[in-house]
Design a protein around this ligand. Structure first.
Ligand code: MG
Length: 254
């Protein structure tokens, strides 16, 4: 039985090696760097859509009264998200004049297009595991309510959060971020793939091929250097998440 599995794995490995793979571009926190707009702003999402990126990534935290907001850090302008109400958070302005986006407003801004997938990162709560899981439920509910489930994928550093998304939305595409699970462990858990820091993939050179053999999707963050982009493209990574989507788009044209 083991031999059959090994032969099948080798067969799919050679099939995957022989097929041309086009790496997909994911704008990390939107396309903000070269467009000079704030990261995780709706303006950055629009720029990623205009660039025709495959995906635009963004980060989600939850207010004290359980409203998800889009931003990277646990605090903004010295205001700690998890301890502040939505009414207070809604008064915050980003540097381009936009209000700090709620997840709902962000999802609605990404609606009515199918070019660019919404790559939703569920941030780990600093308060409790229960809040991470509550945020997960809120995210899935809002994705369904706003009608963007067909264009939304999920990523998270907390493995339990990834499992919870699959429980709540079995059809959703979920990738794990932390880098401490092998492709076999990702597959056994029923997740769709991984989104690992590129250094993890450089250290574990067989993981991309192993993942492809298991039909898992592969994504690497946050790759801004052309030489590392090329290293990953040569190894047929499915997606690259970058602050430099313009640079990666040009590289893929060559
Ligand atoms: Mg993120």
């Amino acid at each position: 039985m083991k031999t059959v599995a090994l032969v099948l794995m080798l067969f799919s490995f050679f099939i995957s090696m022989s097929q041309p793979v086009s790496t997909k571009v994911i704008a990390h926190r939107g396309a903000w760097k070269n467009t000079h707009v704030p990261e995780n702003s709706i303006a950055a999402l629009h720029h990623a859509i205009n660039l025709k990126c495959y995906g635009s990534e963004f980060d989600v935290h939850m207010s004290a009264d359980s409203v998800p907001f889009v931003l990277h850090d646990h605090s903004i302008q010295d205001i700690y998200i998890e301890k502040t109400t939505a009414a207070e958070l809604s008064k915050i302005k980003l540097s381009n004049g936009e209000a700090l986006p709620t997840l709902e407003s962000y999802l609605l801004a990404g609606k009515n297009q199918t070019q660019t997938r919404l790559i939703l990162e569920i941030k780990t709560s600093q308060v409790s595991k229960a809040r991470s899981l509550a945020l997960t439920k809120k995210c899935v509910e809002l994705v369904n309510k706003t009608g963007v489930a067909a264009i939304t994928d999920y990523i998270a550093f907390d493995f339990d959060v990834c499992l919870e998304v699959k429980k709540l939305a079995p059809k959703a595409h979920v990738q794990y971020l932390t880098g401490d699970k092998t492709p076999a462990q990702i597959e056994a858990a029923g997740l769709d793939g991984f989104d690992y820091h590129f250094s993890v993939l450089q250290k574990n050179e067989n993981w991309l091929a192993d993942a492809h053999a298991l039909k898992l999707s592969t994504n690497a963050w946050t790759v801004n250097d052309v030489a590392i982009m090329q290293w990953l493209i040569d190894r047929k990574v499915d997606m690259i998440t970058t602050n430099e989507p313009e640079k990666l788009i040009e590289l893929l044209k060559k």
